[in-house]
Write a protein that binds this ligand. Structure first.
Ligand code: F6R
Length: 247
């Protein structure tokens, strides 16, 4: 299903409220909530709202376990562009989540250790009962996580090469495209698909053409997000601008 909201602020609050409800429901049952998280501009206000719910309304993250979608490779956690730093600054430093419950792909691994690490990342999600909810943004290439065009629908966590357009879109954060890493570690399309609930969000006109393809286009590896059309657990949450090219 596709839900269109007047603007990204209202949409973000709605998604944050859904996450909060999930966390509380699990709390009542004495269970953990396993969340798949994204970085980038899209979820920033969701995290802001979750921080507010924690500080002003007592929402606790003690029972929350998180797995981030991706990290650049190579990447030092304390670098300005690292997704570790992004998550700390936008969410984790401001809530009561247990540090040991946070998982973000490790951008510091030696090349020969990456493959095993990816299998372990995948296994850990499985051992914890799988992702209850995965939130996604979408790149202009149609990537989800860093699953660029050509990604297989059953792909797992792995090392990938970033698309040129993705590196161009990231160039401002890195002060030039030449400084953007060429690779990343990402959960796969298959990993994302196993989540019990998937929410893909997009705001602004810049995303309208790719949203049209993702929601209405032919299902194809050329636009990885089109694979989401095959899942019954997906909701596209859009602002009016991102939805503006849907027929
Ligand atoms: C980030 C991620 C990416 C972004 C996408 C959109 O963890 O997996 O797929 O969601 O590149 O980025 P923004 O939100 O910055 O437009």
């Amino acid at each position: 299903p596709v839900s269109v909201y007047p603007d990204e602020h209202i949409a973000s609050k709605t998604v944050a409220a859904r996450i909060a409800t999930l966390i509380k429901k699990k709390q009542e049952k004495g269970e953990s909530a396993v969340l798949g998280l994204a970085t980038g501009a899209t979820p920033v206000e969701i995290y802001e709202e979750l921080v507010r719910l924690h500080k002003e309304e007592g929402l606790s993250f003690q029972n929350v376990i998180t797995f981030n979608l991706d990290e650049y490779y190579p990447m030092q956690p304390d670098a300005k562009q690292s997704y570790v730093r992004f998550m700390d600054e936008n969410l984790f430093n401001h809530i009561d989540i247990k540090r040991e419950n946070i998982h973000i792909p490790d951008g510091t691994l030696a090349k020969e250790d990456v493959a095993n690490y990816c299998i372990e990342y995948e296994n850990k999600i499985g051992e914890l009962g799988g992702l209850d909810l995965q939130v996604l943004g979408i790149g202009r290439t149609g990537h989800i996580g860093f699953n660029e065009p050509g990604s297989a629908p059953n792909s797992g966590t792995r090392l990938v090469t970033l698309d040129d357009l993705t590196r161009r879109d990231a160039s401002r954060d890195f002060g030039g495209k030449e400084n953007v890493p060429t690779k990343a570690i990402t959960m796969g399309i298959g990993t994302i698909f196993k989540a019990r609930e998937i929410i893909l969000m997009a705001w602004s006109r810049k995303k309208a053409p790719i949203i049209r393809k993702a929601v209405e286009g032919e299902i194809s590896g050329n636009v990885p997000a089109t694979y989401l059309q095959l899942s019954e657990n997906v909701e596209f949450i859009l602002d009016e601008d991102a939805a503006s090219e849907l027929t």
